[in-house]
Ligand binder design. Sequence first.
Ligand code: ATP
Ligand code: MG
Length: 417
Amino acid sequence: MRQSKLFTKTRKEAPADEVSKNAQLLIQAGFIYKNMAGVYTFLPLGLRVIEKIKDIIRDEMNAIGGQEMYMPSLQDSEIWRQTDRWSDEKVDVWFKTELKAGGEVGLAWTHEEVITDLMRQYVSSYKDLPLFAYHIQTKFRNEMRAKSGIMRTREFWMKDLYSFSATEEQHHKFYEECAQAYKRIFDRIGIGDKTYRTFASGGAFTKFSHEFQTLAEAGEDVVYVNEAKGIAVNEEVLAEADLGELGVTRDELEKRKSIEVGNIFSLGTKFSEALGLTFMDENGAPQPVIMGSYGIGPARAMGTVVDLLADEKGIVWPESIAPFLVHLVVLNNDDEEIRDWADGIYDSLTESGVEVLYDDRDARAGEKFADSDLIGIPYRVIISRKTKAEGKFEVVTRATGDTKLVTEAELSTMFVK
Ligand code: ATP
Ligand code: MG
């Protein structure tokens, strides 16, 4: 991508109406645009990042047997009445509207009802189970507060997977596999070392469900953590948790702020009973299906990465989710010879499959470097008169600032996977 063609521009200053670091940096660098409080556009750079995060999630969900589908946002109020989750007293985040043809509909804030209802068509015997289905889809929530940038919005993508099992053993096997997959996802997007599987409230069988909480000052949640032992407990269950069983004492736990990047829940038979999702067991007796739900917010994860890894100069993307791997920055491009040389490097890197943002703009070196730091692409390759005589380029690693000089031959292989 040629930066001269990119319709977004960086801004000199962070937007004054944003309080969160993730939104300030992402808006300033041109990854997102704020349409209204809690509603953002993902611009070309931002879309590249979020799609990479979704692909990592998809990859790990497929690896544990998840089957991707796509369920709608518009919701028939009827099925939600059957689970007693239609009323605003029970659920305070609904966006509701009416059909012109008559009838109330809501915008989905989660999908347990929809998927349980539709599975009645496809599940009839224990032989159909277990099965795991997911989608990465837009949720709408009328959140009271939207101050954490892209980490708490009123319209957001969620990956939500639902498991359907015949026995508790089947359920627990998958629950653990999914927890491991979540760990791999957070490792791959670069926040694994700060992300804990915490004990949370609300599980249907066991007393607890689990959340994946990333330690961060910007977090809205509070966890009690022992970093050395890798144990964390949510604030609201601290009193109930049997710490002895977990292998820590209260004194060994430190209070920290954190961001809930994902969660996994045992739902038991709550939804299958309410909506009549049953299967015939081996003795031919009807049984309610045992369910679980497993959520991740890709944009919340993206905001968390920005928050944790950014430095005073701007965003720092891990390679796995960076919008581009290489930021090719040409200086002295009023010099035709240098410009041609840079164009050639851009073409050859692109042809070898390397994702390159090419700063071919007519701008001062200082401005280009400041923008490059702000945007946060992992490697900056600088083409300038200074090193041309030796036929070399400067390669700067964004995260560490390490700089080295490489030849054209070295450059042609160093980024090729
Ligand atoms: P929270 O307690 O932070 O409101 P939640 O318990 O409502 O989260 P779920 O309904 O289980 O979360 O959603 C699953 C995942 O979706 C969360 O772990 C989070 O990563 C993401 N998520 C939830 N709400 C939002 C939101 N308003 N904006 C962006 N991502 C969200
Ligand atoms: Mg919520």
